[in-house]
Ligand binder design. Structure first.
Ligand SMILES: [Zn+2]
Ligand SMILES: [Zn+2]
Length: 425
């Protein structure tokens, strides 16, 4: 490659530049804070896993069938970059002995996931998720806890226009008979379905219910609903979920078309939806109970439930809704000469010790230019420090947004700024 060609990022991935980071931190820190308040502990699993683990969890899904990011075979193991977090977390739950501790193991994970499909706008090969898993207890009360956690997180980061879509998909006791009913209903309509749905009709008819293709929509209305065909244990678990949500004051919308295509998913499935701002791409978090998964992975019969949420989509929505919380420096200090520079450094130390983000200008220029720079940085206050200010111990602190000038002393500077901001000690 000729030297003049700058090397670019790999295809399909991107940088998160400093200007975009505050929204990410807002989403992530909100996630960690809420998860911990619910008693969930962070877990970090590797981004590479054995191919076999990933395939067992998601053989039928697009994420695994078409989009899996395989890693060139090294040594004897076939590896892939994780397309989702649950498989790795469930593996670690046993490998790390968390199954021996208090149950459910309440776990959360924040990190990158990978897919290898055609890059397109808004879809990247590396994307970030917040994942919550509660493993080891089958009680429907856990379903409600996890749903509440997802909702609290979205509210905490600043969203209020939310809806909860809810369904149950039964279990291996009642679902097979229901799937037969569904096939029986759809077979005479086969010609009217779009090609993918025609193919799924016999193999995975549940997926016909969440098809988004227009021609398939009118056919759904007459389809049998699984909530009318639940076995007794599924029906009573479902009743408890609804009762507890009502008691918690959490509104929901029953959506009989909200399904999961994999056999190990059981009972409760749900999605938290943004009701304004993102148009069609409105699902912020989605999850469900996966009581059959651990067994599918070769473990004992251990129930679990969780959700996954995309950090990119949330950050985008927060930006659109103007929910970004400022993280720019609180104070910008511009010393005009060398003597003032030393004093500026002391003041910055005191401010930072008081928890106030501070930047000191290294550029020698006139006060007007310094104020412009403070403005460009998004600072809240600017202090221009000259000979006069040093001698008198008095200065004017400019509030950039309002133009207000606050009289301050340099000897009590940190305290006075703290009073103005009402900020941390
Ligand atoms: Zn379809
Ligand atoms: Zn059942």
């Amino acid at each position: 490659m000729p030297r003049s060609e700058p090397i670019k990022a790999a295809r399909g991935v991107r940088d998160i530049l400093p200007a975009a980071i505050p929204l990410w931190r807002q989403a992530e820190q909100g996630a960690a804070g809420v998860a911990q308040r619910f008693g969930y502990q962070e877990i970090a699993t590797p981004i590479i896993e054995q191919l076999e683990l990933i395939q067992r969890v998601g053989e039928d899904t697009d994420a695994v069938a078409k989009e899996l990011y395989r890693v060139e075979k090294r040594g004897t193991q076939n590896l892939a970059l994780r397309p989702e977090a649950t498989a790795g977390v469930v593996r670690a739950y046993f490998e790390g002995g968390l199954n021996q501790g208090p149950q459910p193991a309440r776990l959360y994970l924040i990190g990158p996931m990978f897919r290898y499909d055609r890059p397109q706008k808004g879809r990247y090969r590396q994307f970030f998720q917040f994942n919550v898993e509660a493993i080891g207890v089958g009680s429907p009360a856990v379903d409600v806890e996890v749903i509440e956690l997802a909702r609290s997180w979205l509210i905490e980061v600043g969203l209020d226009k939310l809806a909860l879509e809810l369904n149950t998909i039964g279990d291996d006791q009642c679902r097979p008979a229901y799937l037969d009913l569904l096939r029986t209903y759809y077979r005479p309509l086969k010609d009217k379905l779009h090609p993918d749905c025609q193919r799924r009709l016999e193999v995975n008819p549940l997926r016909l219910l969440d098809c988004k293709v227009p021609q398939c929509q009118p056919l759904k209305t007459g389809a049998p609903k699984i909530t009318d065909h639940l076995c007794e244990p599924c029906a009573s678990a479902w009743a408890v979920v609804l009762k507890l949500l009502d008691a918690a004051g959490i509104g929901y919308h029953l959506n009989p078309y909200l399904v999961r295509g994999l056999d190990y998913y059981t009972r409760t499935t749900y999605e938290a939806i943004a009701t304004s701002g993102l148009g069609a791409q409105s699902t912020l978090a989605g999850g469900g109970r996966y009581d059959g998964l651990v067994k599918d992975l070769g473990g004992p019969d251990v129930p679990g439930i969780g959700f996954a949420a995309g950090v990119e989509r949330l950050a985008l929505l927060l930006a659109q809704e103007g929910k970004e919380r400022a993280t720019r420096p609180v104070v910008f200090i511009a010393p005009l000469g060398d003597a003032e520079a030393a004093r500026a450094d002391q003041l910055a130390q005191q401010l930072r010790a008081a928890g106030l983000a501070t930047e000191v200008s290294f550029r020698k220029s006139n006060p007007g230019n310094q104020l412009k720079r403070a403005d460009a940085l998004g600072a809240r206050f600017a202090l221009v420090l000259g000979d006069q200010e040093l001698k008198s111990d008095r200065a004017k602190l400019k509030e950039l947004k309002t133009g207000a000038q606050h009289e301050v002393t340099l000897s009590g500077f940190a305290d006075e700024v703290r009073k103005l901001t009402g900020g941390p000690r």
